[in-house]
Design a binder for this molecule. Structure first.
Ligand code: GDP
Length: 526
């Protein structure tokens, strides 16, 4: 890769609600110096105006584009932290965000261990072998014993674990954290705002009298015993195994008390991979490729209710992007001039003059860009691996006021573009069907229909629960299948044929009886 620009660390934090993701994000931004940057950046006129407009809209809508991507510079590197939506339910949006990162930090609450959402998000990471650093948070409170936590990660996630530091006591007995890699003790106390510099005492090892002077004899005895056992039980740190997604280095810490945050940042700097090749047809995109190529992994629609304004988030995979560049939209072959790209410095937004592989660029547009779109200087490349998922809940959308049909269509279209729902058009009947992967998406749909679009609609039970995309090498056979199952046939927004089924059992039954038809639970975007 070109050495003329700082390397990137593009990552996401995965966790169960309440584990401390927000707190850790803030502390990482402080540690990385980004919060400092806020307000100091000298924006030029146009950029400043654009920025304040966005800020206003964000406030009105109570959403935050700013926090979707947070960029900061630290230790000669550029960190891009991508926020994963904090939904209880697995959402497609979350999945797609994780296709745009090169590594992840998994935050676990020391008192709770691995929770359902952590597990789901982890599984998504595993699909792509995303390397994971584990942060066991809240060690300042009473938690599960370190061994129990480490064993849980190892057993439930089938990962090798390697503790990088060790808490000297927890909860009431918490005295500090011992760094196992670069022996040192970090202790609480003093001026909280100076945690980073002030409370780390280097020691020569566990036998160093300097350590005994820092913590109680009891804590030291425990620490010795536990770390000795740990070094016998767990794997040594192996950078290659971590990068393959087979081993996770584990940091104990407290986001709130700022313990282990700086170590986590150092771990990201030292071990987390920079931009990785991106799966694509006809061949993966290498970050060192000269041609600019990226893909849209997220679209935020309706930033301004008066316009069809939206912002597409593009992850740059290769080449040096420059403002004003014209990139070809995969599929349509249309050239799009990117004249107002945005970068996301934490708490601020800057016009992007240039960007490098691993960076995220916000592209304002009026609905031309969609999730999964490839944007490239090349015409022969399509980024792959951003699937739609077969919905697990299908509902019929019924309007209370039938004159609102057009508005409803637009609303459903917008939200489908954002990846909140999928929309299906049945062969028979005029009502559209919405499909989602989780219940929460339905709630988001109804509340946004009401609040943003002023459309009064009800969701009614449909006879179907799930759907599969269908295809066949023989168009006649596909047609015959569709007419035989007309009542369960539909098309998606792209016009692709879909078979709606009562349940998983029916999918299996129908699949078996129609060997010439391919039924797929995911559909890759064009
Ligand atoms: P999120 O839902 O994962 O974003 O979690 P938050 O960052 O909002 O934290 C949830 C709660 O846990 C808040 O009340 C935090 O103050 C608290 N919290 C976060 N980190 C720590 C920690 O290290 N120690 C303690 N004691 N509380 C914490």
């Amino acid at each position: 890769m070109s050495q003329t620009h700082p390397d990137r660390r593009t990552f996401a934090i995965i966790s169960h609600p309440d584990a401390g993701k927000t707190t850790l994000t803030e502390k990482l931004l402080v540690a990385g110096g980004a919060i400092h940057i806020a307000g100091e950046v000298k924006a030029r006129g146009a950029a400043r105006r654009a920025r304040s407009d966005w800020m206003k809209i964000e406030q009105q809508r109570g959403i935050s584009v700013t926090s979707s991507v947070m960029t900061f510079e630290h230790a000669g590197l550029v960190f891009n932290l991508l926020d994963t939506p904090g939904h209880e339910d697995f959402s497609e949006d979350t999945y797609r965000t994780l296709t745009a990162v090169d590594s992840a930090v998994m935050v676990i609450d020391a008192a709770k261990g691995i929770e359902p959402q952590t597990l789901k998000l982890f599984e998504v990471c595993r699909l792509r072998s995303v390397p994971i650093i584990t942060f066991i948070n809240k060690v300042d409170r009473e938690g599960l014993p370190p061994f129990e936590l480490l064993d849980e990660v190892a057993d439930r996630l089938a990962l090798d674990v390697c503790p990088m530091n060790w808490p000297a006591g927890m909860g009431g007995q918490f005295e500090g954290i011992y760094d196992l890699v670069d022996p040192a003790i970090m202790k609480p106390g003093g001026d909280a705002s100076r945690m980073y510099e002030g409370h780390r005492a280097k020691v020569a090892g566990l036998g160093d009298p300097a350590l005994a002077a820092e913590i109680s004899a009891d804590a030291l005895a425990h620490l010795k015993e536990e770390t000795e056992l740990a070094s016998a039980c767990y794997a040594d740190f192996d950078a290659a195994a971590y990068r393959n997604g087979d081993l996770t280095p584990v940091y104990f810490g407290s986001a709130l008390k700022e313990f282990g945050v700086i170590d986590l940042l150092a771990a990201l700097a030292n071990h987390a991979p920079g931009p990785q090749p991106q799966p694509a047809e006809p061949a993966p995109v290498d970050p060192a490729d000269a041609a600019v190529t990226g893909f849209v992994f997220k679209v935020q629609a309706n930033m301004n209710p008066a316009h069809r304004d939206r912002i597409a988030f593009m992850r740059l995979c290769s080449g040096k992007f420059e403002r004003g560049m014209r990139l070809m939209q995969g599929g349509t072959g249309k050239a799009i001039a990117i004249s107002r790209p945005m970068l996301f410095l934490a708490q601020d937004r800057e016009m992007a003059e240039e960007a490098f592989p691993g960076d995220i660029i916000g592209i304002p547009n009026h609905g031309t860009l969609r999730v999964g779109d490839t944007l490239s200087e090349r015409t022969d490349i399509t980024i792959t691996g951003l699937p739609n998922f077969a919905p697990e809940l299908l509902r019929r959308v019924a309007l209370v006021d039938p004159t609102q049909t057009k508005k409803l269509r637009k609303a459903l279209d917008d939200m489908a573009e954002e990846g909140i729902i999928q929309v299906f058009y049945p062969e028979i009947g005029a009502n559209m069907i919405v499909g989602v992967v989780g219940q929460l998406q339905l709630e988001v749909l109804i509340s946004r229909l009401d609040a943003e679009y002023k459309v009064e609609a009800k969701l009614e039970q449909s006879p179907w629960e799930t759907a599969r995309w269908i295809a066949s090498d023989d168009p006649a056979k596909l047609k015959a299948f569709q007419s035989e199952h007309r009542g369960a046939s539909a098309t998606d927004r792209d016009g692709a044929p879909v078979f709606m089924a009562k349940d998983g059992w029916e999918v299996g039954y129908i699949t078996q009886r129609n060997p010439d038809i391919r039924f797929t639970a995911t559909k890759e975007r064009r």
